[in-house]
Design a protein around this ligand. Structure first.
Ligand SMILES: [Fe+2]
Length: 645
Protein backbone atom coordinates (compact mmCIF):
# COMPACT_ATOMS: atom_id res chain seq x y z
CA UNK A 1 0.00 0.00 0.00
CA UNK A 2 1.25 3.46 -0.79
CA UNK A 3 1.33 5.98 1.98
CA UNK A 4 0.92 9.65 1.38
CA UNK A 5 3.81 11.89 2.33
CA UNK A 6 3.34 13.48 5.74
CA UNK A 7 2.83 17.05 4.71
CA UNK A 8 1.76 20.03 6.77
CA UNK A 9 -1.98 20.38 6.36
CA UNK A 10 -3.18 23.69 4.96
CA UNK A 11 -4.58 26.00 7.57
CA UNK A 12 -8.20 26.84 6.87
CA UNK A 13 -8.26 29.77 9.22
CA UNK A 14 -5.06 31.22 7.85
CA UNK A 15 -6.29 30.71 4.35
CA UNK A 16 -9.68 32.28 4.93
CA UNK A 17 -8.10 35.22 6.67
CA UNK A 18 -6.01 35.76 3.58
CA UNK A 19 -8.84 35.14 1.16
CA UNK A 20 -11.45 37.23 2.93
CA UNK A 21 -14.67 36.12 4.60
CA UNK A 22 -16.10 33.12 2.83
CA UNK A 23 -13.51 33.36 0.13
CA UNK A 24 -14.98 36.58 -1.18
CA UNK A 25 -11.67 38.16 -2.04
CA UNK A 26 -9.02 36.99 -4.43
CA UNK A 27 -6.95 34.05 -3.24
CA UNK A 28 -3.44 34.95 -2.28
CA UNK A 29 -2.45 32.36 0.31
CA UNK A 30 -0.25 29.51 -0.82
CA UNK A 31 -0.69 26.01 0.55
CA UNK A 32 2.31 24.33 2.11
CA UNK A 33 3.79 22.14 -0.53
CA UNK A 34 6.48 19.56 -1.03
CA UNK A 35 9.82 20.73 -2.34
CA UNK A 36 9.63 20.85 -6.12
CA UNK A 37 5.85 20.93 -6.22
CA UNK A 38 4.33 23.10 -8.94
CA UNK A 39 3.44 26.66 -8.06
CA UNK A 40 -0.33 26.86 -7.62
CA UNK A 41 -0.50 30.49 -6.57
CA UNK A 42 -3.61 31.91 -8.22
CA UNK A 43 -2.81 34.75 -10.60
CA UNK A 44 -4.14 38.25 -10.13
CA UNK A 45 -7.79 38.34 -11.09
CA UNK A 46 -8.39 34.65 -10.35
CA UNK A 47 -12.13 34.59 -9.75
CA UNK A 48 -13.16 30.97 -9.46
CA UNK A 49 -15.04 30.30 -6.17
CA UNK A 50 -12.72 28.48 -3.77
CA UNK A 51 -12.91 27.74 -0.04
CA UNK A 52 -9.35 26.67 0.67
CA UNK A 53 -5.87 26.52 -0.78
CA UNK A 54 -5.40 25.04 -4.23
CA UNK A 55 -5.60 22.30 -5.35
CA UNK A 56 -8.02 20.95 -2.68
CA UNK A 57 -10.05 24.14 -2.69
CA UNK A 58 -13.51 22.58 -2.29
CA UNK A 59 -13.00 20.17 0.58
CA UNK A 60 -13.52 16.44 0.80
CA UNK A 61 -16.58 14.33 1.44
CA UNK A 62 -17.88 10.80 1.40
CA UNK A 63 -21.13 9.14 0.52
CA UNK A 64 -23.37 6.12 0.18
CA UNK A 65 -21.67 3.96 2.81
CA UNK A 66 -22.17 0.21 2.58
CA UNK A 67 -21.01 -2.18 5.30
CA UNK A 68 -17.74 -2.76 3.44
CA UNK A 69 -17.07 0.30 1.30
CA UNK A 70 -17.73 4.01 0.94
CA UNK A 71 -17.37 6.63 -1.78
CA UNK A 72 -14.66 9.25 -1.17
CA UNK A 73 -14.77 12.56 -3.06
CA UNK A 74 -12.68 15.64 -3.70
CA UNK A 75 -11.89 18.05 -6.52
CA UNK A 76 -8.62 19.33 -7.94
CA UNK A 77 -8.53 23.05 -8.70
CA UNK A 78 -5.51 24.62 -10.39
CA UNK A 79 -4.91 28.19 -11.57
CA UNK A 80 -4.70 27.23 -15.24
CA UNK A 81 -6.20 23.85 -16.16
CA UNK A 82 -4.71 24.09 -19.65
CA UNK A 83 -1.24 23.97 -18.10
CA UNK A 84 -2.04 20.87 -16.02
CA UNK A 85 -4.46 18.86 -18.19
CA UNK A 86 -4.52 15.75 -15.99
CA UNK A 87 -3.64 15.16 -12.36
CA UNK A 88 -2.71 11.99 -10.48
CA UNK A 89 -4.40 11.91 -7.08
CA UNK A 90 -3.45 9.52 -4.29
CA UNK A 91 -5.96 8.66 -1.58
CA UNK A 92 -5.71 6.80 1.68
CA UNK A 93 -8.04 5.76 4.47
CA UNK A 94 -7.04 4.90 8.03
CA UNK A 95 -8.63 4.26 11.43
CA UNK A 96 -7.47 7.31 13.36
CA UNK A 97 -7.99 11.03 12.85
CA UNK A 98 -4.27 11.80 13.00
CA UNK A 99 -3.64 9.32 10.17
CA UNK A 100 -0.89 7.47 12.00
CA UNK A 101 -2.34 3.95 12.15
CA UNK A 102 -1.75 1.53 9.26
CA UNK A 103 -3.39 2.27 5.93
CA UNK A 104 -6.67 0.37 5.54
CA UNK A 105 -7.27 1.23 1.89
CA UNK A 106 -5.45 3.41 -0.62
CA UNK A 107 -4.89 3.99 -4.30
CA UNK A 108 -4.07 6.46 -7.03
CA UNK A 109 -6.42 7.74 -9.73
CA UNK A 110 -6.19 10.31 -12.49
CA UNK A 111 -8.64 13.13 -13.08
CA UNK A 112 -9.02 15.63 -15.88
CA UNK A 113 -11.36 18.11 -17.52
CA UNK A 114 -13.69 15.37 -18.80
CA UNK A 115 -15.02 15.01 -15.26
CA UNK A 116 -14.36 18.59 -14.18
CA UNK A 117 -11.31 17.45 -12.18
CA UNK A 118 -13.53 15.74 -9.61
CA UNK A 119 -12.23 12.65 -7.86
CA UNK A 120 -14.57 9.88 -6.76
CA UNK A 121 -13.28 6.54 -5.52
CA UNK A 122 -14.92 3.58 -3.83
CA UNK A 123 -12.81 2.58 -0.82
CA UNK A 124 -13.24 -1.21 -0.43
CA UNK A 125 -12.47 -3.84 2.19
CA UNK A 126 -13.78 -1.93 5.20
CA UNK A 127 -15.38 -3.17 8.43
CA UNK A 128 -19.08 -2.46 9.08
CA UNK A 129 -20.23 0.24 11.48
CA UNK A 130 -16.73 1.69 11.70
CA UNK A 131 -15.45 5.26 11.61
CA UNK A 132 -12.59 5.94 9.22
CA UNK A 133 -10.54 8.98 8.24
CA UNK A 134 -9.27 9.72 4.76
CA UNK A 135 -7.35 12.27 2.73
CA UNK A 136 -6.02 12.91 -0.73
CA UNK A 137 -2.67 14.05 -2.10
CA UNK A 138 -1.82 15.64 -5.44
CA UNK A 139 0.59 18.16 -6.91
CA UNK A 140 2.71 18.01 -3.76
CA UNK A 141 -0.15 18.99 -1.46
CA UNK A 142 -2.40 17.07 0.94
CA UNK A 143 -6.11 17.69 1.45
CA UNK A 144 -7.92 18.21 4.71
CA UNK A 145 -8.70 14.96 6.51
CA UNK A 146 -12.28 13.74 6.24
CA UNK A 147 -14.25 11.43 8.52
CA UNK A 148 -16.66 8.78 7.35
CA UNK A 149 -18.53 5.80 8.77
CA UNK A 150 -19.52 2.53 7.14
CA UNK A 151 -23.05 1.21 7.51
CA UNK A 152 -23.70 -1.10 10.44
CA UNK A 153 -24.55 -4.70 9.63
CA UNK A 154 -25.51 -5.95 13.10
CA UNK A 155 -28.16 -4.73 15.51
CA UNK A 156 -26.97 -1.65 17.39
CA UNK A 157 -28.62 0.47 20.06
CA UNK A 158 -29.71 3.11 17.59
CA UNK A 159 -29.26 4.26 14.01
CA UNK A 160 -29.16 7.99 13.63
CA UNK A 161 -29.59 10.09 10.52
CA UNK A 162 -29.61 13.83 9.94
CA UNK A 163 -31.94 15.06 7.18
CA UNK A 164 -31.27 18.22 5.16
CA UNK A 165 -32.54 19.91 2.03
CA UNK A 166 -32.85 23.17 0.16
CA UNK A 167 -29.52 24.76 1.00
CA UNK A 168 -29.47 28.07 -0.83
CA UNK A 169 -26.15 29.91 -0.74
CA UNK A 170 -27.79 33.32 -1.02
CA UNK A 171 -30.19 32.88 1.91
CA UNK A 172 -27.80 32.89 4.86
CA UNK A 173 -25.23 35.24 6.30
CA UNK A 174 -23.46 32.14 7.60
CA UNK A 175 -24.37 28.46 7.35
CA UNK A 176 -24.84 27.81 11.07
CA UNK A 177 -27.00 24.77 10.38
CA UNK A 178 -24.16 23.11 8.51
CA UNK A 179 -21.69 24.04 11.25
CA UNK A 180 -23.93 22.52 13.93
CA UNK A 181 -24.18 19.34 11.88
CA UNK A 182 -20.41 19.29 11.43
CA UNK A 183 -20.06 19.40 15.22
CA UNK A 184 -22.15 16.29 15.75
CA UNK A 185 -20.14 13.12 16.34
CA UNK A 186 -22.87 10.48 16.62
CA UNK A 187 -24.45 10.37 13.16
CA UNK A 188 -24.50 7.40 10.82
CA UNK A 189 -25.40 9.46 7.77
CA UNK A 190 -26.69 12.77 6.47
CA UNK A 191 -29.66 12.23 4.15
CA UNK A 192 -29.91 15.07 1.61
CA UNK A 193 -33.35 15.25 0.00
CA UNK A 194 -32.17 17.56 -2.75
CA UNK A 195 -31.64 21.15 -3.81
CA UNK A 196 -27.98 21.03 -2.88
CA UNK A 197 -27.49 23.90 -5.28
CA UNK A 198 -29.86 26.47 -6.70
CA UNK A 199 -30.17 27.75 -10.22
CA UNK A 200 -31.49 31.17 -9.19
CA UNK A 201 -32.18 33.20 -6.02
CA UNK A 202 -35.68 33.77 -4.69
CA UNK A 203 -36.93 37.34 -4.33
CA UNK A 204 -36.22 37.40 -0.61
CA UNK A 205 -32.59 36.30 -0.93
CA UNK A 206 -29.22 37.98 -1.45
CA UNK A 207 -28.59 37.91 2.25
CA UNK A 208 -25.15 37.33 0.81
CA UNK A 209 -23.84 37.22 -2.74
CA UNK A 210 -20.28 36.32 -3.60
CA UNK A 211 -18.12 39.34 -4.22
CA UNK A 212 -20.90 41.86 -3.49
CA UNK A 213 -21.67 43.71 -0.31
CA UNK A 214 -23.20 46.91 -1.64
CA UNK A 215 -26.76 46.84 -2.98
CA UNK A 216 -26.04 50.01 -4.95
CA UNK A 217 -23.45 48.31 -7.13
CA UNK A 218 -24.82 44.81 -7.09
CA UNK A 219 -25.40 43.22 -10.49
CA UNK A 220 -28.19 40.61 -10.49
CA UNK A 221 -26.68 39.20 -13.69
CA UNK A 222 -23.51 38.17 -11.84
CA UNK A 223 -22.45 34.65 -12.84
CA UNK A 224 -22.65 33.52 -9.21
CA UNK A 225 -26.18 34.85 -8.79
CA UNK A 226 -28.12 34.48 -12.02
CA UNK A 227 -29.53 31.31 -13.57
CA UNK A 228 -26.80 29.14 -15.00
CA UNK A 229 -26.41 29.17 -18.76
CA UNK A 230 -23.85 26.47 -19.58
CA UNK A 231 -22.46 23.23 -18.18
CA UNK A 232 -19.42 25.22 -17.04
CA UNK A 233 -21.71 27.48 -15.02
CA UNK A 234 -23.51 24.52 -13.44
CA UNK A 235 -20.14 23.17 -12.35
CA UNK A 236 -19.12 26.62 -11.13
CA UNK A 237 -22.29 26.76 -9.00
CA UNK A 238 -21.26 23.54 -7.26
CA UNK A 239 -17.85 25.14 -6.73
CA UNK A 240 -19.52 28.23 -5.23
CA UNK A 241 -21.35 26.09 -2.69
CA UNK A 242 -18.23 24.05 -1.94
CA UNK A 243 -16.39 27.31 -1.28
CA UNK A 244 -18.43 27.88 1.88
CA UNK A 245 -16.39 27.02 4.99
CA UNK A 246 -19.34 25.62 6.94
CA UNK A 247 -20.46 23.50 4.01
CA UNK A 248 -16.93 22.16 3.67
CA UNK A 249 -16.95 21.27 7.37
CA UNK A 250 -20.32 19.52 7.24
CA UNK A 251 -19.40 17.45 4.22
CA UNK A 252 -15.97 16.43 5.48
CA UNK A 253 -17.27 15.22 8.85
CA UNK A 254 -20.06 12.91 7.66
CA UNK A 255 -21.02 10.58 4.82
CA UNK A 256 -24.04 11.79 2.86
CA UNK A 257 -26.80 10.14 0.84
CA UNK A 258 -27.79 12.59 -1.84
CA UNK A 259 -30.91 12.84 -3.99
CA UNK A 260 -31.56 15.39 -6.69
CA UNK A 261 -34.54 17.74 -6.62
CA UNK A 262 -35.87 20.22 -9.15
CA UNK A 263 -33.23 22.92 -8.67
CA UNK A 264 -30.34 20.47 -8.96
CA UNK A 265 -31.73 19.43 -12.35
CA UNK A 266 -32.74 22.87 -13.64
CA UNK A 267 -31.79 23.52 -17.25
CA UNK A 268 -31.60 27.30 -16.83
CA UNK A 269 -33.92 29.73 -18.48
CA UNK A 270 -35.59 29.79 -21.86
CA UNK A 271 -32.82 31.83 -23.45
CA UNK A 272 -29.98 29.61 -22.19
CA UNK A 273 -30.95 25.97 -22.03
CA UNK A 274 -28.41 23.57 -20.57
CA UNK A 275 -28.79 19.99 -21.76
CA UNK A 276 -30.46 17.86 -19.13
CA UNK A 277 -27.75 15.22 -19.63
CA UNK A 278 -25.10 17.81 -18.76
CA UNK A 279 -26.87 18.84 -15.55
CA UNK A 280 -27.16 15.18 -14.56
CA UNK A 281 -23.48 14.63 -15.35
CA UNK A 282 -22.51 17.55 -13.11
CA UNK A 283 -24.57 15.99 -10.29
CA UNK A 284 -22.65 12.72 -10.54
CA UNK A 285 -19.34 14.60 -10.82
CA UNK A 286 -19.79 16.88 -7.82
CA UNK A 287 -21.60 14.63 -5.34
CA UNK A 288 -20.41 11.47 -3.55
CA UNK A 289 -23.57 9.67 -4.67
CA UNK A 290 -23.03 6.03 -5.61
CA UNK A 291 -24.58 5.42 -9.04
CA UNK A 292 -26.86 2.38 -9.11
CA UNK A 293 -26.76 0.04 -12.04
CA UNK A 294 -28.21 1.43 -15.25
CA UNK A 295 -30.98 -1.16 -15.44
CA UNK A 296 -33.55 0.36 -13.08
CA UNK A 297 -33.02 -2.33 -10.45
CA UNK A 298 -31.73 0.20 -7.92
CA UNK A 299 -28.90 -2.22 -7.15
CA UNK A 300 -25.20 -1.41 -6.95
CA UNK A 301 -22.55 -3.26 -8.86
CA UNK A 302 -19.31 -4.48 -7.28
CA UNK A 303 -16.73 -1.94 -6.18
CA UNK A 304 -15.22 -0.26 -9.22
CA UNK A 305 -11.51 -0.29 -9.69
CA UNK A 306 -10.21 3.20 -10.24
CA UNK A 307 -12.71 6.02 -10.35
CA UNK A 308 -16.48 5.96 -10.19
CA UNK A 309 -17.66 7.17 -13.57
CA UNK A 310 -20.00 10.20 -13.56
CA UNK A 311 -22.64 8.51 -15.65
CA UNK A 312 -25.34 10.25 -17.55
CA UNK A 313 -28.21 8.02 -16.54
CA UNK A 314 -31.81 8.37 -15.54
CA UNK A 315 -31.60 6.30 -12.38
CA UNK A 316 -30.90 7.85 -9.00
CA UNK A 317 -33.27 5.81 -6.80
CA UNK A 318 -31.38 3.39 -4.59
CA UNK A 319 -31.15 2.17 -1.00
CA UNK A 320 -28.64 1.61 1.80
CA UNK A 321 -29.03 -0.89 4.62
CA UNK A 322 -28.10 -0.38 8.28
CA UNK A 323 -28.45 -3.89 9.65
CA UNK A 324 -31.66 -5.10 11.27
CA UNK A 325 -32.53 -1.61 12.49
CA UNK A 326 -33.12 0.35 9.33
CA UNK A 327 -32.63 0.93 5.68
CA UNK A 328 -32.83 4.22 3.84
CA UNK A 329 -33.86 4.66 0.25
CA UNK A 330 -34.49 7.62 -1.98
CA UNK A 331 -37.13 7.84 -4.65
CA UNK A 332 -37.02 10.19 -7.61
CA UNK A 333 -40.04 12.43 -8.13
CA UNK A 334 -38.36 14.81 -10.59
CA UNK A 335 -36.87 12.97 -13.49
CA UNK A 336 -37.63 9.30 -13.93
CA UNK A 337 -41.32 9.32 -14.84
CA UNK A 338 -41.86 9.76 -18.57
CA UNK A 339 -44.10 12.56 -19.85
CA UNK A 340 -46.72 9.93 -20.69
CA UNK A 341 -46.56 8.57 -17.14
CA UNK A 342 -46.90 12.08 -15.72
CA UNK A 343 -49.92 12.69 -17.91
CA UNK A 344 -51.38 9.47 -16.53
CA UNK A 345 -50.97 10.72 -12.97
CA UNK A 346 -47.78 8.84 -12.12
CA UNK A 347 -44.96 10.59 -10.31
CA UNK A 348 -42.66 7.63 -9.69
CA UNK A 349 -43.42 5.84 -12.94
CA UNK A 350 -43.97 2.13 -13.39
CA UNK A 351 -40.35 0.93 -13.23
CA UNK A 352 -39.56 2.86 -10.07
CA UNK A 353 -42.84 1.90 -8.41
CA UNK A 354 -42.11 -1.78 -9.04
CA UNK A 355 -38.65 -1.29 -7.50
CA UNK A 356 -40.17 0.50 -4.50
CA UNK A 357 -42.72 -2.16 -3.76
CA UNK A 358 -40.18 -4.97 -4.11
CA UNK A 359 -37.62 -3.07 -2.04
CA UNK A 360 -40.05 -2.31 0.78
CA UNK A 361 -41.31 -5.89 0.87
CA UNK A 362 -37.79 -7.33 0.89
CA UNK A 363 -36.93 -5.02 3.78
CA UNK A 364 -39.98 -6.12 5.74
CA UNK A 365 -39.41 -9.80 4.95
CA UNK A 366 -35.85 -9.43 6.25
CA UNK A 367 -37.24 -8.20 9.55
CA UNK A 368 -35.80 -4.69 9.25
CA UNK A 369 -37.34 -2.52 11.95
CA UNK A 370 -37.61 0.79 10.07
CA UNK A 371 -37.75 1.86 6.41
CA UNK A 372 -36.73 5.46 5.70
CA UNK A 373 -37.58 7.12 2.37
CA UNK A 374 -35.87 10.30 1.16
CA UNK A 375 -38.47 12.22 -0.81
CA UNK A 376 -38.58 15.41 -2.88
CA UNK A 377 -42.26 16.44 -2.57
CA UNK A 378 -44.58 16.60 0.44
CA UNK A 379 -46.36 13.23 0.41
CA UNK A 380 -48.98 14.25 2.96
CA UNK A 381 -51.88 16.53 2.19
CA UNK A 382 -50.85 20.15 2.01
CA UNK A 383 -54.01 22.07 1.21
CA UNK A 384 -55.74 25.09 2.60
CA UNK A 385 -58.99 26.78 1.72
CA UNK A 386 -57.81 30.18 2.89
CA UNK A 387 -56.22 31.63 6.00
CA UNK A 388 -58.55 34.46 7.08
CA UNK A 389 -56.69 34.92 10.32
CA UNK A 390 -53.50 35.53 8.35
CA UNK A 391 -55.28 38.20 6.30
CA UNK A 392 -56.31 39.99 9.47
CA UNK A 393 -52.80 39.90 10.87
CA UNK A 394 -51.02 40.87 7.70
CA UNK A 395 -53.28 42.56 5.17
CA UNK A 396 -50.55 43.44 2.69
CA UNK A 397 -50.04 39.92 1.41
CA UNK A 398 -52.21 36.92 2.00
CA UNK A 399 -51.28 33.61 0.39
CA UNK A 400 -53.80 32.58 -2.20
CA UNK A 401 -56.02 29.66 -1.31
CA UNK A 402 -54.80 26.50 -2.86
CA UNK A 403 -52.74 23.42 -2.92
CA UNK A 404 -49.19 23.81 -1.66
CA UNK A 405 -48.15 20.26 -2.27
CA UNK A 406 -47.31 18.05 -5.19
CA UNK A 407 -48.26 14.49 -4.28
CA UNK A 408 -51.74 15.96 -3.78
CA UNK A 409 -51.73 16.25 -7.57
CA UNK A 410 -51.00 12.51 -7.87
CA UNK A 411 -53.55 11.02 -5.45
CA UNK A 412 -53.96 7.71 -7.27
CA UNK A 413 -50.27 6.79 -7.17
CA UNK A 414 -50.06 7.94 -3.55
CA UNK A 415 -53.00 5.73 -2.66
CA UNK A 416 -51.45 2.82 -4.54
CA UNK A 417 -48.22 3.12 -2.55
CA UNK A 418 -49.99 3.30 0.80
CA UNK A 419 -52.40 0.50 -0.01
CA UNK A 420 -49.54 -1.68 -1.17
CA UNK A 421 -47.72 -1.10 2.13
CA UNK A 422 -50.85 -1.72 4.16
CA UNK A 423 -51.65 -4.85 2.18
CA UNK A 424 -48.20 -6.19 2.99
CA UNK A 425 -48.47 -5.20 6.64
CA UNK A 426 -45.51 -2.78 6.32
CA UNK A 427 -46.19 0.12 8.68
CA UNK A 428 -42.94 1.25 10.31
CA UNK A 429 -42.01 3.67 7.55
CA UNK A 430 -40.53 7.16 7.89
CA UNK A 431 -40.67 9.50 4.89
CA UNK A 432 -38.20 12.39 5.16
CA UNK A 433 -39.14 15.19 2.81
CA UNK A 434 -37.44 18.24 1.35
CA UNK A 435 -38.72 20.87 -1.05
CA UNK A 436 -41.35 22.78 0.97
CA UNK A 437 -38.93 24.72 3.21
CA UNK A 438 -40.99 24.25 6.36
CA UNK A 439 -41.38 22.04 9.40
CA UNK A 440 -44.26 19.62 8.90
CA UNK A 441 -45.14 16.18 10.20
CA UNK A 442 -47.92 13.95 8.92
CA UNK A 443 -49.24 10.47 9.52
CA UNK A 444 -49.12 8.70 6.15
CA UNK A 445 -52.44 7.59 4.70
CA UNK A 446 -53.82 6.88 1.26
CA UNK A 447 -56.64 9.37 1.65
CA UNK A 448 -55.42 12.27 3.76
CA UNK A 449 -58.52 14.29 2.92
CA UNK A 450 -60.70 11.89 4.87
CA UNK A 451 -62.25 13.65 7.81
CA UNK A 452 -62.60 10.21 9.44
CA UNK A 453 -58.90 10.12 10.25
CA UNK A 454 -58.46 10.60 13.96
CA UNK A 455 -55.61 13.05 14.34
CA UNK A 456 -55.25 12.41 18.04
CA UNK A 457 -54.97 8.65 18.22
CA UNK A 458 -54.09 7.87 14.63
CA UNK A 459 -55.54 4.43 15.04
CA UNK A 460 -58.95 4.77 13.47
CA UNK A 461 -59.07 2.30 10.57
CA UNK A 462 -62.16 3.98 9.16
CA UNK A 463 -62.74 4.29 5.46
CA UNK A 464 -59.37 2.87 4.53
CA UNK A 465 -57.34 5.70 5.99
CA UNK A 466 -55.24 3.91 8.60
CA UNK A 467 -51.69 5.21 8.62
CA UNK A 468 -48.71 3.21 7.40
CA UNK A 469 -46.00 5.49 8.71
CA UNK A 470 -44.97 9.05 9.45
CA UNK A 471 -43.60 11.78 7.23
CA UNK A 472 -41.32 14.56 8.46
CA UNK A 473 -40.49 17.59 6.35
CA UNK A 474 -37.30 18.95 7.90
CA UNK A 475 -37.45 22.57 6.67
CA UNK A 476 -34.71 24.16 4.57
CA UNK A 477 -31.10 25.00 5.25
CA UNK A 478 -31.91 28.57 4.31
CA UNK A 479 -34.20 28.79 1.30
CA UNK A 480 -37.25 30.88 2.15
CA UNK A 481 -40.37 29.34 3.68
CA UNK A 482 -43.77 30.74 4.56
CA UNK A 483 -42.43 33.85 6.27
CA UNK A 484 -40.12 34.84 3.42
CA UNK A 485 -42.76 34.15 0.79
CA UNK A 486 -45.36 36.33 2.51
CA UNK A 487 -42.80 39.05 3.25
CA UNK A 488 -41.39 39.24 -0.26
CA UNK A 489 -44.88 39.29 -1.74
CA UNK A 490 -45.74 42.22 0.51
CA UNK A 491 -42.49 44.04 -0.27
CA UNK A 492 -42.95 43.71 -4.00
CA UNK A 493 -46.57 44.86 -3.80
CA UNK A 494 -45.42 47.99 -1.99
CA UNK A 495 -42.36 48.64 -4.16
CA UNK A 496 -43.87 48.31 -7.60
CA UNK A 497 -42.60 44.79 -8.19
CA UNK A 498 -39.03 45.45 -7.07
CA UNK A 499 -37.35 42.50 -5.40
CA UNK A 500 -36.00 43.12 -1.91
CA UNK A 501 -32.57 41.80 -3.02
CA UNK A 502 -29.97 43.17 -0.67
CA UNK A 503 -32.36 45.68 0.98
CA UNK A 504 -31.99 44.03 4.34
CA UNK A 505 -33.06 47.04 6.39
CA UNK A 506 -36.05 47.74 4.18
CA UNK A 507 -37.10 44.10 4.09
CA UNK A 508 -36.92 43.44 7.82
CA UNK A 509 -40.29 45.04 8.72
CA UNK A 510 -41.97 42.81 6.17
CA UNK A 511 -40.31 39.75 7.68
CA UNK A 512 -41.36 40.82 11.17
CA UNK A 513 -44.94 41.30 10.07
CA UNK A 514 -44.97 37.98 8.23
CA UNK A 515 -44.06 35.91 11.30
CA UNK A 516 -47.51 35.97 12.92
CA UNK A 517 -49.16 35.54 9.54
CA UNK A 518 -47.07 32.44 8.97
CA UNK A 519 -47.97 31.13 12.41
CA UNK A 520 -51.65 31.57 11.57
CA UNK A 521 -51.14 29.85 8.24
CA UNK A 522 -49.35 26.96 9.94
CA UNK A 523 -52.15 26.55 12.46
CA UNK A 524 -54.71 26.58 9.66
CA UNK A 525 -52.78 23.88 7.81
CA UNK A 526 -52.88 21.58 10.85
CA UNK A 527 -56.55 22.28 11.30
CA UNK A 528 -57.54 21.71 7.70
CA UNK A 529 -55.40 18.66 6.92
CA UNK A 530 -56.56 15.75 9.02
CA UNK A 531 -53.31 13.79 8.94
CA UNK A 532 -50.97 16.75 9.58
CA UNK A 533 -49.61 16.57 13.13
CA UNK A 534 -47.28 19.55 13.23
CA UNK A 535 -46.61 22.66 11.16
CA UNK A 536 -44.19 25.56 11.50
CA UNK A 537 -43.31 27.38 8.29
CA UNK A 538 -40.96 30.00 9.62
CA UNK A 539 -37.78 28.39 10.93
CA UNK A 540 -34.82 26.91 9.08
CA UNK A 541 -32.44 24.13 9.91
CA UNK A 542 -32.35 20.34 9.68
CA UNK A 543 -33.88 17.20 11.14
CA UNK A 544 -32.64 14.25 13.16
CA UNK A 545 -34.15 10.78 12.73
CA UNK A 546 -33.21 8.65 15.75
CA UNK A 547 -34.26 5.02 15.35
CA UNK A 548 -34.31 2.36 18.05
CA UNK A 549 -36.07 -0.98 18.22
CA UNK A 550 -38.81 0.62 20.32
CA UNK A 551 -39.47 3.93 18.62
CA UNK A 552 -38.46 6.60 16.16
CA UNK A 553 -37.67 10.03 17.56
CA UNK A 554 -37.93 12.87 15.06
CA UNK A 555 -36.31 16.21 15.84
CA UNK A 556 -36.45 19.60 14.14
CA UNK A 557 -33.35 21.72 14.86
CA UNK A 558 -33.34 25.41 14.01
CA UNK A 559 -30.68 28.07 13.49
CA UNK A 560 -30.97 31.69 12.36
CA UNK A 561 -30.25 32.55 8.74
CA UNK A 562 -30.11 36.40 8.75
CA UNK A 563 -28.13 36.60 11.97
CA UNK A 564 -25.60 34.19 13.43
CA UNK A 565 -25.52 32.08 16.55
CA UNK A 566 -23.21 29.52 18.09
CA UNK A 567 -26.12 27.56 19.53
CA UNK A 568 -29.25 26.04 18.06
CA UNK A 569 -32.79 25.30 19.14
CA UNK A 570 -34.64 22.02 19.28
CA UNK A 571 -37.81 23.42 17.76
CA UNK A 572 -39.89 20.28 18.05
CA UNK A 573 -39.56 16.61 18.86
CA UNK A 574 -42.06 13.90 17.96
CA UNK A 575 -42.08 10.21 18.77
CA UNK A 576 -43.39 7.29 16.74
CA UNK A 577 -43.67 4.01 18.67
CA UNK A 578 -42.98 0.91 16.59
CA UNK A 579 -46.22 -0.39 15.19
CA UNK A 580 -48.15 2.83 15.78
CA UNK A 581 -47.51 4.69 12.50
CA UNK A 582 -48.52 7.84 14.36
CA UNK A 583 -46.49 10.85 15.46
CA UNK A 584 -47.01 12.58 18.80
CA UNK A 585 -45.25 15.78 19.80
CA UNK A 586 -43.18 15.66 22.98
CA UNK A 587 -44.08 18.65 25.12
CA UNK A 588 -40.89 18.71 27.21
CA UNK A 589 -38.33 17.30 24.81
CA UNK A 590 -34.89 16.11 25.76
CA UNK A 591 -32.54 15.96 22.81
CA UNK A 592 -31.51 12.49 21.70
CA UNK A 593 -27.89 11.51 21.30
CA UNK A 594 -26.14 8.50 19.86
CA UNK A 595 -24.17 5.86 21.72
CA UNK A 596 -21.53 5.50 19.01
CA UNK A 597 -19.48 8.69 19.25
CA UNK A 598 -16.52 9.28 16.94
CA UNK A 599 -13.66 11.70 17.26
CA UNK A 600 -14.09 14.46 14.66
CA UNK A 601 -11.76 14.79 11.72
CA UNK A 602 -9.17 17.19 13.07
CA UNK A 603 -9.27 20.90 12.59
CA UNK A 604 -6.60 21.84 10.14
CA UNK A 605 -4.95 24.22 12.58
CA UNK A 606 -5.11 21.96 15.62
CA UNK A 607 -3.44 18.85 14.34
CA UNK A 608 -1.20 19.63 11.44
CA UNK A 609 0.84 16.43 11.24
CA UNK A 610 4.11 18.37 11.17
CA UNK A 611 3.30 19.61 14.68
CA UNK A 612 2.43 16.21 16.10
CA UNK A 613 4.98 14.12 17.94
CA UNK A 614 5.12 10.49 16.92
CA UNK A 615 3.10 8.75 19.62
CA UNK A 616 1.69 5.28 19.86
CA UNK A 617 -1.73 4.76 18.35
CA UNK A 618 -3.47 3.81 21.65
CA UNK A 619 -2.55 7.17 23.15
CA UNK A 620 -3.94 8.96 20.13
CA UNK A 621 -7.14 6.96 20.26
CA UNK A 622 -7.51 7.75 23.93
CA UNK A 623 -6.98 11.41 23.20
CA UNK A 624 -9.69 11.21 20.56
CA UNK A 625 -12.13 9.55 22.96
CA UNK A 626 -11.47 12.16 25.65
CA UNK A 627 -12.00 14.89 23.09
CA UNK A 628 -15.27 13.36 21.97
CA UNK A 629 -16.51 13.01 25.54
CA UNK A 630 -15.65 16.64 26.24
CA UNK A 631 -17.51 17.59 23.12
CA UNK A 632 -20.63 15.69 24.23
CA UNK A 633 -20.61 17.46 27.59
CA UNK A 634 -20.10 20.80 25.87
CA UNK A 635 -22.96 20.07 23.50
CA UNK A 636 -25.34 19.19 26.33
CA UNK A 637 -24.61 22.57 27.81
CA UNK A 638 -24.99 24.59 24.67
CA UNK A 639 -28.02 22.89 23.13
CA UNK A 640 -30.42 22.67 26.02
CA UNK A 641 -33.72 21.98 24.31
CA UNK A 642 -36.13 24.84 24.23
CA UNK A 643 -39.66 24.76 22.97
CA UNK A 644 -39.76 28.53 22.68
CA UNK A 645 -37.45 30.27 20.29
FE1 LIG B 1 -36.00 23.66 -2.36
Amino acid sequence: MTELPRLPLPSRRTFLAAAGVGGLAAVTAAAPAEAGAPDLTPPAGFDFPVGGPLPFAHGVTSGDPLPDRVILWTRITVPDPAAIPSVDVAWELRSDPQMTTPVVASGTVTTDASRDYTVKVDAPGLAPGTTYYYRFSALGRTSLTGRTRTAVSELVHEVRFAAISCASYWSVVRWDGMRRLAERNDLDLIVHMGDQIYDYPDEDEWVRARGHTDPATFDPADVDFRRWRTLAEVRRRYALYHADPDLIEMYRQHPVFVLWDNHDLSQGDDAHQVDEADVIKAFWEWTPARPPLGDGSGAFGPAQRGQVTPRVQDYVYRSLTFGPMADVRCWDVRHIATPAERAAGKLLGDTQLAWLEASMKASSDAGTAWRVISNGYPFGQFQIAGPPSAAALFPVATPAPGDYGAWDVYPDERARIVQSLRGSGITDNIIVTGDAHGNFVWDVTDNPSAAAYDKLDGRTPTGGVASVGVEIQTTSLGRGGGTETIASTGYMQTHGGMHPYGDRAGFQPYLDAAVPATAALSAALVQENSTMQYAEWDSHGYGIVHLTEEQAVLELWWQPIRTTSDTETLGAQLTVPRGAAHATQVLRPVATSGSRVSAPAPDADAVAPADLPEVAAPALLLAGAVGAAAWVLHRRRTTTPAVER
